[in-house]
Design a protein around this ligand. Structure first.
Ligand SMILES: [Zn+2]
Length: 408
């Protein structure tokens, strides 16, 4: 073993400290390696020679006083390390079969590909704010403890599944606040591992991976009986599925500058995507009306909008109000507005009449029909027929969505 000491001429402590751990200030206590002000582990853009030393220390070939192993806390502390070269983690024999060893790669930067393939993590692993600039792979790994990815940066490719045949037997696999979600195909869980996807997003080329990821999370939640999560994952699964149906119907251009083009109509003109339009519309309806059966409040909101719009239409079509005294019609009042009335009429009277019309609208929508207010003409009857039909349908959707949610 060669003992190397650095910083003979630099009486300086490495500048690195954790950017994200605000509770306790985590600092590097090693000496600076050179005038970069960082120790070898935290130094960026290392030379070839420096990388050689770096790898040898990590591999245990070179004994250094600058511990990677934090014996006090039983942590392999790689926090903030800068890995410039490609890494095959299972080549590092000194990390194999370390019982109770926690691996912490938080805030580490991997500049090249990193392969954890076939490694057996006997305890927890952390990847908070870790940055993988190239590929990361966990193929055939076994995770006996928790594995946590938080605000981790991945460079994803749509066709590589980093967790192919990776086996999780620990309590938790957590992905939180991830901009570029991974492909999870081929991942294996024990019967009690919680697979949590929290605010994990996928870009356009990875919509399919997004759908599959949330499907895997949904199925695993079903297995462990986490039924509340099942609904959330089901919604996201459908959401990504809907995104994949072409054409995308967007009224707004990407920069939100305003009404620019309606992709749907353009697609109809091209005929090419004609067969996708019905599924797309069905998906949009399912998404916005009932939230794929997961959002009963959407139905309530839609009902309110429908009732309000119909109330307004009744005012134009005309309504007759029967005013009763001792169960006998005492007098009658007509509500009928035309465009001139709307522009000139007094607002107070308008709102009073609108409330009456709204009352008639909700009585019709819920198919109650008291009969104290009735339409006066053909158009009013047509409108109320349509509203009754919509009411029956929407109330059914509301009921089934609610029951579905409660019964879980
Ligand atoms: Zn350092």
């Amino acid at each position: 073993m060669v003992n190397i000491t650095y910083g003979g001429s630099y009486f300086m402590i490495c500048k690195w400290k954790s950017k994200h751990n605000t509770k306790n200030i985590v600092k590097c206590r090693r000496d600076a390696y050179d005038d970069s002000g960082y120790c070898l582990f935290h130094k960026q853009n290392k030379t070839k020679k420096e990388n050689e030393i770096f790898n040898k220390i990590i591999n245990g070939e070179l004994k250094s006083e600058l511990y990677i192993w934090n014996s006090k806390e039983n942590i392999f502390d790689f926090r903030g390390f800068v890995f410039d070269e490609e890494i095959k983690f299972s080549d590092f024999k000194n990390y194999i079969n370390k019982e109770d060893a926690v691996f912490d790669f938080s805030e580490a930067i991997f500049g090249k590909n990193v392969y954890f393939d076939n490694f057996q993590f006997k305890h927890d692993v952390y990847f908070s704010h870790t940055e993988f600039k190239r590929i990361v792979s966990f193929k055939n790994c076994i995770f006996e403890g928790n594995c946590i990815f938080k605000k981790t940066k991945f460079r994803t490719t749509s066709n590589i599944s980093p967790f192919y045949k990776a086996k999780f037997i620990g309590q938790h696999l957590i992905f939180k606040d991830i901009e570029n979600g991974l492909k999870f195909d081929g991942i294996i869980f024990s019967q009690n591992t919680r697979f949590i996807l929290d605010n994990v997003e996928y870009d356009k080329v990875n919509y399919l991976n997004g759908r599959n990821a949330y499907r895997i999370a949904k199925n695993q939640s079903n297995i462990i009986g986490d039924y509340h999560e099942v609904g959330r994952y089901y919604y996201k699964e459908r959401w990504y599925n809907g995104k994949m149906i072409f054409p995308s119907i967007s009224f707004w251009n990407r920069n939100g500058e305003g009404l620019k083009k309606l992709v749907l109509f353009k697609s109809i003109k091209q005929k090419k995507h004609y067969k996708h339009i019905i599924p797309k519309l069905m998906d949009l309806t399912a998404k916005h009306v009932v939230g794929y059966g997961e959002k009963p409040q959407n139905v309530l909101f839609l009902s309110f909008i429908l009732i309000s719009v119909f109330a307004y239409l009744y005012m134009i079509a005309g309504l007759k109000i029967n005013i009763y005294t001792n169960y006998i019609i005492d007098s009658q009042e007509i509500i009928k507005y035309n465009l001139d009335d709307l522009l000139k009429g007094n607002i107070k009277q308008f709102f009073k009449d609108y409330l009456q019309a709204w009352y008639f609208s909700i009585v019709t929508f819920t198919t109650v029909g008291y009969g104290d207010i009735i339409p006066i003409n053909f158009w009013g009857k047509i409108l109320s027929s349509i509203e009754m039909f919509l009411g029956v349908t929407v109330v059914a959707a509301w009921t089934s969505t609610l029951v579905r949610k409660i019964s879980r």
